[in-house]
Ligand binder design. Structure first.
Ligand SMILES: [Zn+2]
Length: 379
């Protein structure tokens, strides 16, 4: 059950009760593509860096090790030893972005595996079955994410098909949740709004899916090449048409600034690969913006990445040491940067929740954005 605790303008402080525990929102979900966060981060680490929700990729786990293998081993929670909520994406995004050879039909998509080239078919029912086998807490509907450069006619036809697919997802999820041998019979389903940069298409699609009484609603297909201003404009237009009494998830977004802007527009679920990907390259987030630890200025710098940060990297190690590890290509360097970055995001979400509770989110947002801007000006 989803409960709104407090609002400030359109921003929501809420909580979602699930069979794997209560999620406090706004929340940043930590992306572990193949059931692990890239950068040698384990589920033991996730406990320490304030992770609430782990996100795994349906497509990757379907290809390897196979969702049936995961099911035989008791589902994703047992497999990766994580008892808190897990969200699985639908596989749609990877099908459309990773596979060069694909054919989209009414029934679903035919494509070749990016690992061994074998032919795979995935439609709404297959995506729901795979996610049911994985037994995640929240499953995402199977959709097409049309390119932000696609023409209007293509986007309209694609969105119409995505809406028909959503009805099939909902029916299949209800059937799977009623089966005797389903691991998580309370699996939740979030629908996804699409429509590229055409807000009228997005609005009518949002109104259509809002009537379907799903467990949550996502805005997909943003942060794929359009400007930040365009993304904020679309959120301004679309979010008010999604049910306010349900979670609102902005998929694949984004920078700390993007998150602050989206929270004030009513979004309360986020995920993004930036903190782990940047961490693997020695780029670390701080309240004064991003730092590149490869920079020579950190050679003799005995301070932590960010003073006052309570993450495992900052509590124990200096910028100089982590810089040395990165330059020596020691895996620990990358790991410490990823831990710090994920902690930075998770901690910022905690501060956002506190600010909302105390009715000072707009002031908090302004102060944070000014800090990030300061660093940009100094570079
Ligand atoms: Zn830190």
């Amino acid at each position: 059950m989803y409960q709104i605790i407090k609002t400030e303008g359109r921003a929501k402080r809420a909580q979602l009760e699930t069979v794997h525990g209560t999620i406090q929102t706004p929340v940043f979900m930590n992306v572990g593509t193949a059931a692990a966060i890239k950068g040698a981060v384990s589920t033991m680490d996730l406990q320490e860096i304030k992770t609430q929700v782990e996100l795994s990729n349906t497509y990757h786990l379907h290809v390897r090790p196979g969702d049936k293998v995961v099911k035989q081993l008791g589902g994703l929670h047992k497999f990766m030893n994580w008892d808190k909520p897990i969200l699985t994406d639908s596989g749609g995004f990877q099908v459309f972005s990773l596979s060069k050879l694909r054919r989209i039909k009414e029934e679903g998509v035919y494509f070749n595996s990016h690992v061994d080239g074998r032919k795979i078919f995935m439609g709404p029912e297959e995506s729901m079955q795979i996610q049911s086998n994985l037994a995640s807490t929240i499953a995402m509907a199977f959709d097409e994410c049309p390119s932000s450069r696609a023409d209007r006619d293509y986007v309209q036809a694609s969105v119409n098909r995505t809406a028909r697919w959503l009805k099939r997802c909902k029916e299949e999820m209800a059937r799977l949740n009623s089966l005797e041998d389903t691991i998580n019979k309370n699996q939740l389903l979030f629908g996804i709004n699409q429509g590229a940069v055409y807000e009228d298409i997005r609005i009518s699609h949002a109104q259509e899916i809002a009537e379907m009484d799903l467990d949550g609603y996502a805005v997909g297909g943003l942060a794929v090449g359009e400007s930040h201003e365009e993304m904020y404009r679309i959120l301004d237009e679309v979010v008010p048409h999604l049910p306010q009494n349900k979670p609102t998830y902005l998929m694949g977004v984004g920078t700390p600034s993007n998150i602050l802007e989206a929270v004030s527009r009513g979004v309360d679920f986020f995920d993004c690969v930036y903190p782990s990907r940047n961490g693997r390259h020695g780029h670390v987030y701080t309240s004064q913006g991003k730092r590149n630890l490869f920079n020579a200025r950190y050679e003799l710098d005995s301070r932590p990445i960010e003073e006052g940060c309570q993450c495992p990297a900052c509590r124990h190690y200096s910028r100089a040491y982590i810089r040395h590890l990165l330059k020596a290509k020691e895996m620990l360097g990358m790991r410490l940067c990823v831990l710090h970055n994920l902690y930075f995001y998770n901690h910022m979400m905690e501060e956002i929740r506190q600010a909302l509770e105390q009715g000072r989110f707009e002031a908090y947002k302004k102060e944070k954005l000014e800090g990030f801007e300061q660093a940009k000006a100094e570079k």
